[in-house]
Design a protein around this ligand. Structure first.
Ligand code: FUL
Length: 740
């Protein structure tokens, strides 16, 4: 832990932003990773304490990694599921070829510094030669049961200079489902020696530990021991909070796990516990203001459970005033390059393009968090070509933009604030649209609460960007300006901030990344995606689109659009199918976006009696507006029965939930059809794993196409312990339509 005595009293006098009532119960504050709040602390004391909360050395290294990789690999790669069941036959993991060098080469090209692999996902299948289970790689066809994916990855990591992290799922469906399973088996807590010796498989590391734990925690500790001692240095241990299922009131002895990790992997940070936290979503969304000094209700150092840290605001003053402890804990912005965490296929599974990934990189790394991007290997044991190309392109853009600082070399002390501002010059007048600011967080904590950037244009200062906090790093993005001087103004801060780094950059303006959707009038709208800076969505207003200086071209036949494809001028009607589009701007070709649109819903009727659902009626599920939803009840009349108006051939369906913590989401359901609207026959069923953490639109392709006029969706399971569930939108996909 970083400890550093500092005379805050001196600082206090120097800074104009300190509230008057700062009482200084103490006149010396200690820099620390966690600071307790006392009943006697005034609000000003609390703010001053927040300005003294600093990362540990390990957390600071984790932040400096900036861009890291996640690898989800396992039986789900072969079964095409998001969540397994734990009942999979290990034979399904039919891996014939593995090239972890290829993974590391692609990660290196992207500039990623670490990879975290799902050594064990929720299904309980292990990717290494564990002594403590047969449910894994040792029972699979891969290298006739002799393979070890962790070993291969660890060797590749060393070769390419990439750090290694492990994801070990506390949830373990195999240990839940099998009769002799250890999870929730109500075994007594007794003293257990870790590691448990297994004859013929001695450990080179001779350390031993004794913990008072039950069977499942012992199993988990033994596996941690293997992973932390036999695969080189481990830099992160990732504990997922998600649980497809629980059993027997199983508790996790996190404090024992932590003791083991600190002893065996002293350089590792722990995700999901006190070192690193989840950003709160899996879609790459970032908060406008991501504070890493977080308000805690109890001491995080001695907590066995961790509080939910998914709210929009975690470390603003209003939260700090309620805290018992202030603790430094950076967020990881985690998402997948492909739709879903595991590889499914090359055709239906969308891959994020380089514009999208680069944008997320700038928002997450440049928004005081770590960017954790998942690249799922395919069934040939390699990253797919499309993913590799995106990683390479993103890496090229990051270094072309950020390795090139346009500011003049700064003298020592040049970053000291005078009257809360600092002026820096460029080597020569240049075009700039990115400005990077870093605070000296490891020594002085995160303090800036509001700041603005001015450029010297036409003999005067002009404000070109402003934002809230800075912390580890803030990347300001703005319309290109031509200038030779910038002025950074600190408008509000928690004690006087210390600037570690400033730099100016130029990123060539790219054609907008496009989103494709069906509007409420049933027309196809192609518009800039909201995430990308500079280009704004225009809705159905086509005229607006035409005046923006870029050109959109699209295809409806599944082919790749190019400069000969149809020009998008305004929203159009389309009966359903694949839409692919891209934009051209200033001689550049944008990334391709694709969306498979469902059938047009006008003419459909809902057949169920619509009773007590006035606020959230079933019709909301078909109104093309994901902001409105049907609120169903699992025990009530919960089905959605649709009359298409004519017999349709339907290939699949999609479900979009409404994301609200108090309302459930459908995780399983059945599809029924009828000829006469009286007798209903179940023809298919679906399962949407991980829907709460990833509440995006989920598609389900029917095992056999359905031919019917009447179709019913019957939810059979709601995730969590909710009775009510939301359906923001339901779509159906067709192959052909004909008259009855
Ligand atoms: C979630 C899990 O349930 C997903 O399957 C995935 O591993 C993701 C990173 O975390 O909570």
């Amino acid at each position: 832990m970083y400890r550093y005595i500092f005379m805050s009293w001196v600082l206090l006098l120097a800074c104009t932003n300190i509230p008057q009532e700062y009482s200084a119960n103490r006149d010396v504050l200690t820099y620390s990773n966690t600071i307790e709040i006392l009943d006697s602390d005034t609000r000003a004391d609390i703010v001053a304490k927040a300005a003294h909360v600093v990362p540990t050395d390990n957390q600071y290294s984790a932040l400096k990694n900036e861009f890291i990789a996640f690898v989800h690999f396992g039986p789900n790669t072969f079964t095409r599921m998001e969540w397994g069941t734990g009942m999979e036959d290990p034979q399904v993991f039919d891996l014939q070829h593995l090239d972890t060098d290829q993974w590391c080469e692609a990660m290196q090209a992207a500039g990623m510094k670490m990879v975290i692999i799902t050594a064990k996902h929720h299904d309980g299948f292990v990717l290494w030669q564990s002594r403590y289970t047969q449910h894994g790689i040792m029972s699979s066809p891969f290298k006739e049961g002799k393979g070890d994916i962790l070993k291969e990855l660890s060797a590749s990591c060393q070769k390419y200079g990439i750090k290694l992290g492990i994801y070990l799922s506390p949830a373990d469906l195999y240990q839940i489902e099998q009769p002799e399973g250890l999870y929730g088996n109500l075994s007594p807590y007794t003293d257990r020696k870790i590691p448990r010796q297994v004859s013929g498989r001695p450990f080179k590391n001779t350390k031993t530990f004794t913990f008072r734990v039950d069977d499942y925690n012992e199993y988990f500790l033994n596996q941690l021991f293997e992973l932390l001692t036999e695969y080189g240095s481990i830099s992160e241990v990732w504990f997922d909070g998600a649980h497809p299922k629980r059993k027997g009131g199983q508790k996790y002895n996190y404090l024992a796990w932590k003791r083991l990790i600190k002893a065996l992997a002293p350089e590792a940070v722990v995700f999901g516990k006190q070192d690193i936290r989840w950003c709160g979503n899996e879609s790459g969304r970032t908060r406008e203001t991501e504070w890493n000094v977080i308000a805690y209700a109890a001491n995080p150092d001695t907590m066995n459970y961790f509080q939910d840290l998914t709210a929009d605001s975690l470390g603003h003053r209003k939260q700090l005033y309620q805290a018992r402890y202030l603790h430094y804990q950076p967020a990881e912005t985690n998402t997948s390059i492909r739709e879903g965490w595991f590889y499914r296929d090359e055709v239906d599974q969308k891959v994020r393009n380089a514009d999208d990934v680069f944008d997320m990189y700038e928002r997450s790394v440049g928004g005081n968090s770590i960017f954790l991007l998942n690249i799922p290997p395919n069934r040939q044991g390699v990253f797919s070509d499309e993913d590799v190309a995106v990683l390479g392109e993103v890496g090229r853009r990051i270094s072309a933009t950020y390795d090139n600082n346009l500011l003049s070399k700064l003298d020592d002390g040049a970053l000291e604030l005078q009257d809360n501002q600092v002026i820096v010059s460029l080597m020569k007048p240049s075009k700039v649209n990115r400005f990077v600011i870093q605070e000296d967080i490891s020594r002085r904590g995160e303090r800036i609460e509001e700041h603005a950037l001015d450029a010297w244009i036409d003999d005067q200062w002009k404000e070109i960007a402003n934002a809230t906090n800075v912390g580890y790093k803030r990347i300001l993005r703005f319309e290109p300006v031509y200038t030779d001087q910038f002025r950074l103004r600190i408008i509000k801060s928690r004690l006087e901030p210390s600037i570690l780094h400033l730099s100016a950059h130029y990123y060539p303006v790219r054609p907008p990344l496009l989103s494709i959707r069906r509007s409420s009038s049933g027309k196809v709208v192609i518009e800039p995606s909201q995430h990308i800076f500079g280009w704004k969505p225009h809705g159905e207003n086509a005229a607006d689109n035409l005046n923006r200086g870029y050109e959109v071209r699209y295809t409806l036949d599944g082919s790749t659009p190019d400069d000969n494809s149809s020009i998008y001028a305004k929203p159009f009607l389309f009966s359903g199918g694949m839409v692919r589009a891209l934009a051209f701007y200033d001689g550049q070709k944008g990334g391709i976006s694709k969306e498979e649109l469902g059938m047009i819903k006008s003419g459909w009727t809902i057949m169920d009696a619509i009773g007590a659902e006035q606020d959230h009626p079933r019709s909301n599920a078909l109104d093309e507006d994901p902001a409105t939803y049907w609120l169903g009840h699992i025990t009530g009349l919960s089905a959605l029965t649709i009359d298409f108006g004519q017999v349709m051939d339907v290939r699949g369906m999609a479900y979009t939930p409404f994301n609200h913590p108090t309302v459930g989401m459908v995780s399983r359901g059945e599809i029924l059809v009828s000829r006469d609207r009286k007798q209903w026959e179940v023809v298919d069923n679906f399962r949407f794993g991980n829907i709460r953490n990833d509440p995006s639109t989920r598609k389900h392709i029917f095992k056999l196409p359905i031919r019917s006029r009447y179709v019913r969706i019957q939810p059979t399971e709601i995730e969590g312990s909710h009775d009510e569930f939301s359906v923001a939108e339901v779509d159906f996909y067709k192959t052909l339509t004909f008259e009855e």
